[in-house]
Design a binder for this molecule. Structure first.
Ligand code: PEP
Ligand code: MG
Length: 596
């Protein structure tokens, strides 16, 4: 069938079972009705702009166009993995969208409206789309009428790039729904209630991006990087997401459903068996105690963390407080949320990290502080943004100090690259504490430990100096791997190169652990490596005794600890550190784990 611009969604509907391959990023199996996310469901903000702001607004628009072109080019590149006919049809549509972003009536019209009508770019897009739609409709030509669909898809892509707004709330979906979209951001994931959503799959995204991390934390089956997905499914179609094998099965046959239901039941049986380890201390066979804590992305997980036997929250990613809202949360709002979590942990320590947005983690409420960057992962991210927008930092620290009056708290700083950053934050923290004390507000006494995330090679290699200013370290292997190997953790195109077993990454971990040990400061590891039992022996062998991970991983890692001998693990880690090839390292590790 020639692609029809009139009915793009109907291109390849077929009732037969169809299997798509992608990257399984969160283990689990979801079987349920598809909910295909439409681009059109974005709210469009409208406001007037000053004459002086016209250039900035045009630049915002141009950046959104550039981003849209890149997105479409990525999708086009992925179509080559599809069967020829499908690749041709989807390719044809995407090419048309690409053309619409180059000196088209839409682009010219929006630029003119920003300058002449003095309105924001989103409103200008909306107005231009409406004019084009009316003009095409008046021409009474089926081909042009169909083109309106394409113009509106491109327009909504631009609006979404401008607003960074999440697609929509998923609260009204039928239970067990499977969400399918071109892209699912961490902010979208934050809206998914595990009681309603069984899993999700998208065309874009990589294994260690925050969307994947949140899926694992929430226990949602997820497959990312699936080419051609949304073009072939309708909402309501039955879908299976197999997060183990990285497969998405559309319209599964009844035999396939039966097979997957059996696997789901087996998985549930294993989960219950592992849950019995909840109260068992994490002791190696030779009697060394390991601390296992939980990473928290969303407040709903705190109950799961407690029920899963977490000995504390090793990493509370405070980004959730800033997502899916127009303006940043006030100090009081943050205090309320944090103190609830601290109280729920009933005396167990909670390590709260200051805001870490920028890079692939965006929060609409602070978006205006983030100018587009050629290289956002190396730009105004994490602690850099907090230091620049001082109110953000001061409000967060004040909320944390106040929440600390309800239970033990530690404060953790993301993306530290030098000692000055820690020193300056400590100064700000002291000033905030003095201000609160003067006002008679109850805060934690003494001030909480202030720690540094070690997630850049710069921080790892200067770990000795950082021990002089930081009270503890937490190694973030997700970013450490990304920055050491120059591989974007969220980009499926380079996912093969993302390798935490690369000797360079392991040396930086070892170097950091030794620096902390010499200075006698606590150290833990809270990157995704901590939650994978395959790495447990190596991490303990390198000297770590405290690991923080997504709650569903706690029992699996504990089971591995109970079965291993630390003295042997240290010997194996020594042998591994002699190697220069990560294939050899993986083989030595698998052999030790009994997998070879
Ligand atoms: C890390 O980088 O390993 C980490 C734990 O932080 P995040 O994944 O939130 O960037
Ligand atoms: Mg990080």
């Amino acid at each position: 069938m020639k692609p029809s611009a009139e009915h793009p969604a109907e291109l390849e509907t077929e009732a037969a079972e169809h299997v798509f391959k992608g990257q399984g990023v969160s283990p689990g199996i979801a079987i349920g009705p598809a909910h295909v996310v439409e681009r059109g469901s974005v709210d469009v903000p409208e406001y007037p702009i000053e004459e002086a702001a016209i250039e900035t607004e045009r630049k915002r628009f141009t950046d959104a166009v550039t981003k849209a072109k890149k997105q479409i080019q990525t999708l086009l590149a992925k179509t080559s993995a599809l069967p020829e006919a499908a690749a041709e049809e989807i390719g044809y549509l995407l090419e048309a969208h690409l053309q619409m972003l180059t000196n088209s009536r839409l682009v010219r019209g929006v630029e003119r409206r920003i300058a002449e009508d003095r309105i924001n770019a989103e409103a200008a897009i909306q107005a231009e789309l409406s004019t084009i739609s009316q003009a095409f409709a008046a021409m009474d030509d089926a081909y042009l009428a169909g083109k309106v669909q394409d113009v509106s898809e491109v327009s909504y892509r631009l609006v979404r790039n401008l607003t960074e707004a999440p697609y929509q709330a998923f609260s009204k979906l039928p239970e067990g729904s499977v969400i399918l979209a071109e892209e699912i951001t961490p902010a979208d994931t934050a809206l998914m209630d595990p009681k309603r959503v069984g899993g999700f799959a998208s065309a874009l995204g990589g294994v260690e991006g925050h969307t994947a991390i949140m899926a694992r934390s929430l226990g949602l089956a997820a497959v990312l990087g699936v080419p051609g997905l949304v073009n072939r499914v309708h909402s309501g179609n039955r879908v299976i997401v197999d997060g183990f094998a990285g497969q998405v099965i559309i319209n599964p046959s009844s035999e396939t459903v039966t097979r997957y239901e059996a696997r789901q039941a087996e998985q549930e049986r294993q989960r219950r068996q592992l849950a019995r380890l909840r109260e068992t201390p994490a002791l190696t066979r030779d009697g060394i105690t390991i601390t296992l804590q939980a990473n928290l992305e969303l407040p709903v997980e705190v109950e799961m963390a407690r029920a899963g036997g977490a000995e504390g929250i090793g990493l509370l990613r405070s980004e959730f407080l800033f997502m899916n809202r127009e303006t940043p949360p006030s100090e009081d709002e943050q205090y309320d949320e944090l103190s609830r979590i601290v109280e729920a942990m009933a005396g167990k320590p909670v390590t709260v990290r200051t805001l870490d947005v920028g890079g692939e983690k965006l929060a609409y409420s602070v978006g205006k502080h983030l100018a587009p960057s050629v290289n956002p992962a190396l730009g105004l991210r994490a602690i850099r943004l907090s230091m620049k927008v001082r109110m953000l930092l001061e409000n967060q620290l004040a909320a944390m100090l106040r929440a600390g009056a309800h239970g033990p708290i530690r404060i953790l700083l993301p993306l530290i690259t030098n000692t000055g950053e820690v020193r300056r934050v400590r100064d700000v923290m002291t000033r905030v504490a003095d201000r609160l004390a003067r006002k008679g507000v109850a805060i934690t006494e003494p001030l909480p430990p202030l720690g540094a995330m070690i997630e850049t090679p710069g921080a790892a290699l200067t770990a000795n100096s950082l021990t002089k200013v930081a009270d503890f370290f937490s190694i973030g292997t997700n970013d450490l791997t990304m920055y050491t190997l120059a591989v974007d953790r969220a980009d499926e195109q380079v996912a093969r190169l993302y390798d935490p077993l690369h000797p360079a990454v392991l040396r930086l971990i070892q170097f950091t652990v030794e620096a902390a040990r010499r200075a006698d400061i606590p150290i833990n590891l809270c990157g995704e490596m901590a939650g994978d039992p395959r790495y447990t022996a190596l991490l303990l062998g390198l000297g770590l005794r405290d690991l923080s991970m997504s709650t569903p991983s706690l029992a699996r890692v504990k089971q591995r600890i109970l079965s291993l001998n630390l003295t042997e693990a240290i010997k194996r880690a020594d042998a591994i550190m002699e190697q220069s090839d990560s294939g050899m390292i993986a083989a030595l590790l698998d052999d030790f784990n009994g997998l070879a």
